[in-house]
Design a protein around this ligand. Structure first.
Ligand SMILES: [Fe+2]
Ligand SMILES: [Fe+2]
Length: 209
């Protein structure tokens, strides 16, 4: 008995812990399946990471159960329209600004909102978070800010670790920093900034946080 081989640990116990994410829950899983059918596998993996992180940010910032559910659902749906072609984007979300005509991808937030509405979602927190993850949520919209920050700091991007950590302690500050740095980056590279993003930027910059 003494020279019996050491039992091998099950692989699951040796793997690093990974949060299961909202797609493991029965109430969210059907939406995950519908989204998966509309995006590339690479995009879906990004969506899973954003959903797990947005939920983690929400918990760390004391979100209510309702806010957490809205955050999870919005994160799962945020890029549902991201891989649609231009014709479909234009049909779902007719351009309202020149920048949207010139850069149809800027429409994927509003197109995603239209898809969510067609799927029966009525929670404005969810719909706003989907729409505004591209151009920037209203300051103070906690659900949308969590999705926005999770989108730009999810681990697969390999950048913005400092912002991800800040979001766990102070979501509004992390959101402000993310939006301001985005605008600075675009302006310093001579790229157009969406009018809504500029409006939110000016509003957020005038605040003391
Ligand atoms: Fe997106
Ligand atoms: Fe995304």
């Amino acid at each position: 008995m003494s020279d019996a081989p050491t039992p091998i640990q099950p692989a699951a116990r040796q793997a690093p812990f990974v949060a299961p994410g909202p797609c493991q829950r029965a109430s969210i899983a059907p939406y995950c399946a519908r989204v998966r059918a509309m995006v590339t596998e690479e995009r879906f993996q990004h969506i899973l990471r954003v959903a797990a992180l947005a939920e983690t940010i929400g918990i760390a910032n004391g979100f209510s159960r309702g806010e957490l559910r809205a955050t999870s659902l919005a994160a799962v749906l945020h890029d549902v329209a991201r891989d649609l072609d231009e014709a479909k984007l234009f049909a779902l979300a007719p351009p309202q600004h020149a920048i949207e005509s010139e850069h149809p991808l800027a429409l994927h937030g509003r197109a995603g909102r239209a898809i969510a509405v067609a799927w029966g979602i009525t929670d404005e927190r969810v719909l706003d978070a989907i729409e505004h993850h591209v151009s920037g949520p209203r300051p103070g919209d906690r659900v949308a800010m969590a999705v926005y920050v999770a989108d730009v700091t999810e681990p697969g991007r390999g950048v913005n670790l400092d912002l991800r950590e800040l979001a766990m302690r102070d979501l509004p500050r992390a959101y402000k920093r993310a939006l301001v740095s985005k605008v600075r980056y675009l302006q310093s590279h001579g790229k157009a900034v969406h009018p809504r993003t500029l409006k939110v930027h000016d509003e957020i910059s005038s605040q003391s946080t």
